[in-house]
Design a protein around this ligand. Structure first.
Ligand code: TYC
Length: 101
């Protein structure tokens, strides 16, 4: 008589979820010039003129706009660098990062 094979649940897959990505968010303000925001988006987030202009205008009209998503450390570094670029030029431009839903 053959012994029924025991079904062993393969739990390895449970540990293979990819880490959640984090959003970088552009926040509107009343002082930073539009062209400056566009220049920072192009320099820090590798956007072309058209993409950068659309993101800037969305934040301008709605208050915020998601710029892109990255692994946590990359999102945090890019948000600080971009915020720092504004600060150095004397503008209150803010980029934040938060986990994606
Ligand atoms: N609201 C700014 C202006 O009218 C432009 C601006 C857009 C600033 C988006 C920040 O995230 C921003 N000069």
């Amino acid at each position: 008589m053959s012994v029924p094979a025991l079904k062993v649940r393969d739990k390895t897959k449970l540990g293979t979820e990819r880490p959640r990505l984090h959003k970088v968010i552009l926040v509107n303000d009343d002082y930073t010039p539009r062209e400056f925001v566009v220049a920072v988006l192009k320099a820090e987030f590798r956007m072309n003129q058209d993409q950068a202009y659309r993101v800037m205008m969305t934040a301008h009209r709605r208050g915020t706009c998601v710029v892109s998503v990255y692994p946590k450390d990359v999102a945090e570094t890019k948000a600080s660098r971009a915020t720092e670029a504004g600060r150095k030029a004397g503008y209150p431009l803010q980029f934040t990062s938060e986990p994606e839903e």
